[in-house]
Write a protein that binds this ligand. Structure first.
Ligand code: AMP
Length: 142
């Protein structure tokens, strides 16, 4: 399959669809997952048009994983998480549903289970508040 420019994340990158953004630089963008499996569920994407992990040149992969580390650190603090899970699904058979490469950041804490993948939309006000918490940590330089 080749990269399709009408996928949801390409449209977010172009500003055609809204997103609760938490971080952006020249190469990457991070925003809240609209159907979070856990509070604080955040996505990191490269700006480069890669469908999956195997499509992304190494230099862009380096930027993307560095942003993932930076944002994951902020998510961990903002949600006082015991641990952070990073997930990346490449290919429909692996469960990929949006075909622009993304890394999931999932805060984990004892006793808090996951909700189902890509199922229930969170209220916009809740996502806005979660995004603000993460941005605040990033702005504080943690
Ligand atoms: P995957 O199944 O790994 O491709 O994950 C795609 C993720 O994108 C799911 O967790 C969805 O909840 C999420 N998602 C789908 N549409 C949007 C959107 N418009 N904004 C933010 N997240 C989205």
């Amino acid at each position: 399959m080749s990269y399709r420019t009408d996928n949801v994340f390409a449209r977010i990158l172009r500003g055609e669809l809204p997103a609760h953004r938490v971080y952006e630089d020249e190469h990457t963008l991070a925003f809240m997952d609209i159907m979070p499996q856990v509070d604080g569920h955040t996505l990191v994407i490269p700006k480069y048009p890669a469908e999956d992990l195997f499509d992304l040149p190494a230099e862009h992969l380096r930027h993307t994983i560095e942003t993932t580390q930076r944002v994951a650190r902020a998510v961990r603090e903002a949600f006082a998480a015991d641990g952070i899970m990073i997930a990346q699904l490449s290919g429909a058979a692996a469960g990929q549903t949006v075909f622009h490469l993304h890394f999931h950041i999932l805060p984990r804490s004892a006793g808090i289970d996951f909700r189902l993948h890509a199922r229930d939309m969170a209220p916009g006000a809740v996502l806005a508040e979660h995004a603000r918490r993460i941005r605040d940590v990033l702005a504080a330089g943690h």
